[in-house]
Design a protein around this ligand. Sequence first.
Ligand code: XIL
Length: 300
Amino acid sequence: ASTLGASAAQSGRYFGTAVAAGRLGDGTYVGILNREFSMVTAENEMKMDATEPNPNQFTFGNGDRILNQARSQGKRVRGHTLAWHGQQPGWMQRMEGPSLRSALVNHITKVAGHYRGQLYAWDVVNEAFADGGSGGRRDSNLQRTGNDWIEVAFRTARAADPGAKLCYNDYNIDSWSAAKTQGVYRMVKDFKARGVPIDCVGLQSHFGTGIPGDYQTTIQRFGELGVDVQITELDIAGSGTQQAENYRRVTQACLSVARCGGITVWGIRDTDSWRARETPLLFDGAGNKKAAYNSVLNAL
Ligand code: XIL
């Protein structure tokens, strides 16, 4: 097939991108989006600060714009994200304890409820584990409400939208040998054993100029727990043949594991990227296909 989405579909997978509502008036951007991708994630528009700028006052305009554009083109949408220490509205950053826990449950109920039945998956909880060697939770206002906050978030999301796959999403859980990966693995295993509703693990996969040698092992091992694995925010620094080879490796790793359901790149053109200076995406600033694009297309 001649596009990323159609090629991924040959093995029952999707190929997605992050979309910014502010770029939906850019014809080059929308042209590539409509042609190449079969899944969409809102880059910022469904986050907590965007959807609940004031307590219990919800704004879905930009999230709905992205959802409707994608659905009008026959694409599916991943929701990102219901619970995160980052990009919280100011009022929530200043909360703690039982009132924060209640606000979190209300947020998940209202946002997942608004999109009920319309999303392929939700990143229910984002980046809750600590970097470094502890393998434990990251300190945050949400974590300080009690260690059960993650399972409460997943149960609340399931009740609000029973049709969406519910994912735990994080970065630096790509290498199987990393303590952070092992910590997330233990949580997912525990959730599956106790019946906490979790359907997928998202590997953000923000890479520098190298891919961990045990990346495929990570995908395989999570899959063996009975959850889907999704590569949710892929971008890889570099250019030319080295970048193309790294993109090939990531694509190959996903295709080698049955439970790896799809790949999403975190933006369309290098100039759209949050890491623009590292030129980490598949299209250059003019919208031309890079070597990395051809490498992915050939590997799918
Ligand atoms: C980034 C966006 O790309 C930026 O536009 C924004 O300023 C900050 O957030 N992990 C995530 C994403 O889960 O939500 C982040 O997106 C990138 C890192």
